[in-house]
Structure formats: C-alpha cells, structure tokens
Design a protein around this ligand. Sequence first.
Ligand code: SF4
Length: 616
Amino acid sequence: MAWTRNVLRVNLTNKTCIKEPLKMEWAGLYLGQRGLGSKYLAEEINPKVDPLSPGNVLIMATGPLTGTPASTAGRYSVITKSPLTGTIACSNSGGFIGMEIKNAGWDMIIFEGKAPSPVYLYVENERAELLAADELWGKSVWDADEWLHNRHQDPLLRIATIGRSAEQGCLFSGIINDLHRAAGRSGVGTVMASKNLKAVAVRGTKGVGNIKDPIAFMAAVKAGKKLLADAEVTGEGLPKYGTQVLMNVINEVGAMPTRNFRDVQFEGAENISGEAMHVPRKADGKTNLVTNAACFGCTIACGRISTIAKGHYTIDNKPRYWGASGGLEYEAAWALGSDTGVDDLDTLTYVNFLCNEDGMDPISLGSTIAAAMEMFEQGVIGIKETGGIVLKFGSAEALVKVAELTAKGEGFGRDIGLGSKRLCEKYGRPELSMTVKGQEFPAYDPRGIQGMGLTYATSNRGACHLRGYTVSSEILGNPVKTDPLATEGKAALVKAFQDATAAVDSAGLCVFSTFAWTMADIAPQVAAACEGKWTEDTLLQTGERIWNLERQFNLAAGFTAADDNLPKRLLKEAAKTGPAKGLVNNLDKMLPEYYQLRGWTDQGVPTAETLARLAV
Ligand code: SF4
C-alpha cells in the first residue's frame, strides 16, 4: 500500500492516542519514512532540545512501499534527536513490524512527552491505547516479547521493544523488533526509555491497498525481483553468506579496522567470516549458521540464524542461549571481533545475542570496548576502573564480561555505555575515540577506502556506512568501479550515494536492494504505487532535499564545518599493511569540492539558492 494518510499521535504525558491526517504536501516532497519522519521532527522540536527530555519526539515511520509486495519493502525507521551524537537520528530496521504498522492503517506513530510511569503502546488496527508496563520494565527484549505475546494471547502480534541497557541509560541502545531486528544506531532506544515507553505491540489486518496502478506496480515489482535474483551479490552472495560475505574481501583490500583502527588487517578475519559460519565446529560437528532468513517480503534473505556450540564457555548454564537466534552480520562481527582483536566465532555470536536481548548497538559496543582496551594497554585505565577485568585486545573473556556488564548497566559497563567519545574524554584521551560527531565508525577503514572518509565526515548522524555506501563502487564495482585509494571524483560519488540512499530509505526499501537496483529500477515501483510524479530525477532530488533538511537541523543544533572531520589517527597515522600501506585518509582534498557540489558555502552551510531550489 502506498500512504495510508493516517498518523497516530501518542502523547505520553497526557496518555492520549489521536488520529490525524498525514500532511500530504510534505509526503509529496519527502516521500515517507526517513524523509517524512525527519520533516515532522524538524518541524516539531527545537533542534537544541535535550534528547532525553520530554521535549524530544520519537517517530516510527513507514515508507509508501512498506508492506507492499515490492521486494525488501518491510522497512520502518525511528527518527528522533540522538542522545549519543546530538544530531538528527534515523535508524532503519527490517523484520515485520513496519509491515504490521502499515497493515494496521498507519503511516507513522509520533510519540511526544513522557509517561509518568512505564507504559507500552498496544495497536490493533484503529484501536490504540497506552497500557501499564510496570511488570515489563526491567525485562530483556526476549522476556518482554514473550510477556506481551502471552498477555494478548496473539502469536501474530509484532513487537518492538527496548532492553535493559536503554533503561540503564546506555547511550547506544537501540529498539529491537521481532526479537533480533534492530533500529540499532544512535541511541534511539535510549530516547524511548527516557519517555518511559517500553514497547510497541502492533496487530494490523487491514491488508494491502491504495496502490495507484496495481497492474503497473506488479509488473515493476516482478522486474525488480528478477534483477535481484539474477545479480551475483543479491542472488548468491548475500543469501549464502549474508553481509558477512564482506569479511575476507575487506580484509584483503586492507580496509579492516583492527584493534581500534591501529591496524587495517586482522589476522583472525577468516575465523570470523561468513565462510567460517558454514564450517562444522570441532566441538559439536555443527555449523554456526543454521539457515538464512528474510525480512517481510524480501527475496534476498541476507539474515543469519545461528547457534553457539553446546558446552561453549559463554553459554554454560544459560539454556536460553542454546537455541538458534539472529546471528552475526558483518558490522557486528567486525566491531565485536577484529576491532577488539577477538577471533572466536562463538564468542562473537554470544555477544551478538546479548546485543539483541538487551538492545545494544553492536557497532558502538565493540568500538567502545576497543577504545577501552587501547586505554587499558596504555595504562590509562587499570583493573581498578574495570573492576578486575584484564581488558586486553584479543581477550574473549574480557569482551564477554564487559558486554554483560554493559547490558545490565553495572560496574565498568556503565562507562562503556557512555560510548567511545565520552569514555575517552572521561579518561583524558579523546584522540583514541574513533568517532565522528560522537558516533562510532562502522567496518571500513577510510585509509583503504578514501570515499568512506568523506562519507563518515559528512554523515548527518555521525560516522555511518548506511548514509552513503561508496564501498559498493570503490570495492565491489557497483554500479561502476572506482579506485578506493584515489580521491578524485569521490566528492561527486559520495553525494550521489548519499542522495540515492536517502530516497531508498524514504521509499520503505532496504538499501541492500541497491546492490542490484539503480534508481531506474526503483522509480517505476514508486511511480506505480504513489500519486505524484516519481522519476529517477525526482527521487534523487527528494534524496538531496532530505540530506539538506537533516543538515539544516544539525546546523541549528549547533554543529559546524569543524564537525565534518575524522579522528587524527586516520588523517596522520598511515596504514601499516595492505594496498593502502603508507596512506592516510585525504579528507582535505575531498571536502571543499563536496561542499561546492552540494551548493553549500565553504563553511558547509546550504546557500539560500540551494534551499530554494530544493524547497527545503
Ligand atoms: S536484504 Fe537482508 S536486511 Fe534487507 S530486507 Fe532483505 S533480509 Fe532484510
């Protein structure tokens, strides 16, 4: 279904749930999900608001294609102001809850204010009510999910909930839906906790409808699915290995951040790779990977379902981890693995399960522990601070202990829950934090993939690969191969990826579809579903409009061009091995051209002409 044209506004302070019409003039400009949610947020809050105060707003938004038969169209996004970065935040998740919200008849749910005591939102089509969650508070994601299914006696209820880490104030807590899909980054779960909102439980039975031209839509959808099936990455690589297909590839090109970005290649990469997940273990003869899995309507099915070997030290006497659950994706495997120097696949799977169970972003968790490990090795912190944990790179046991403490908000885990930037500042070593705008880096060292340095520096939600994945071009050659070690042409490449991604995120599609689809393949699907004129050009312009809207929000929040930067390590310390040996990231060669291409001043501010051209 395209837009339902309905917004559910939930005022937690007053305990009201009110239906209001979607602002269609904004939908025409910002499409849906990330774009439209960002527009609502920018209009409704003061950009300088304390993210954890009742004045912040949390928006769960679907795209016009969410819930339709289009492949990968099961997405939804959570938009708010981030407590980790202070920027605008938008975290995107798959699974089934986005589809369910749409089937219940809502384009978005806006949460404002703060409940006086814990509540959850129950939605059954038109019916929406806030119910007491005192019994739920303090429960993990998995326990809360079970409690809600039992309470409502409905196995098809779709649930998004926070875990204990968010309740404890961990600044990188996400919102987990369907047990192991996550709106993971930027602390959106921490905002939800600050509102005393534990969960959202949705049942929608209204079905699919409101497609502008159903025959044209199904023809475009069919053509899109064929492209996904025929392409090597989406038809073979991702279903077989998941995003973990990247582990060995990125390591070989020397862009695998290792031990807090001290190195760019990890000697243990093969042990924690997608290929390793298929190899029978010595311990029990079974493979880590049980099967692949798909989000709603997705024909790629990149998800991993995994087990840990019976008897593994991490799960001794913990029967709840003896079954299969959402396994390692590449970003989690990297952050928990090579960044901490740990190469035990089952240990990483366990910590990933913990992240799902208690709602932590594994990228920020692993990266923050890596920064703590470096400070421990340098003697900046010791066992007095860690509570007796010998926090050395490569120590699987230390990784597990600290992750468990962070999940519960206890001991040194409270320090880790601050995130890398605040942790390193607390102990007087801010330069050891591998972050941009306070958000931890994902799994691509920008000394070996130059365009990613510019992507990180200019990302509107802090360091992120999902705001412009130039790895696709620089490493995988999609849609055209560019030299990862060159800076020429990267400003234009980054801008093009950023704008296209914003449009894909706003349509309700998964960004992984773009390994096979260009905007020429997406435009017919959007055009057939939605009223208005949706072409390749208008979609890209919509993406550019969204990017500028997000930028305007951040500037109003107090960010400046000085924040479009990278940690000194990546600009001054050359890569020691691999194809990028001897190179640093040359951000200074790309940034001025990027500002110019964006139509911004040399201080990174959109000009009046740019804002008028885009109707921001
Ligand atoms: S490609 Fe993977 S993450 Fe994206 S919708 Fe499909 S299964 Fe979900």
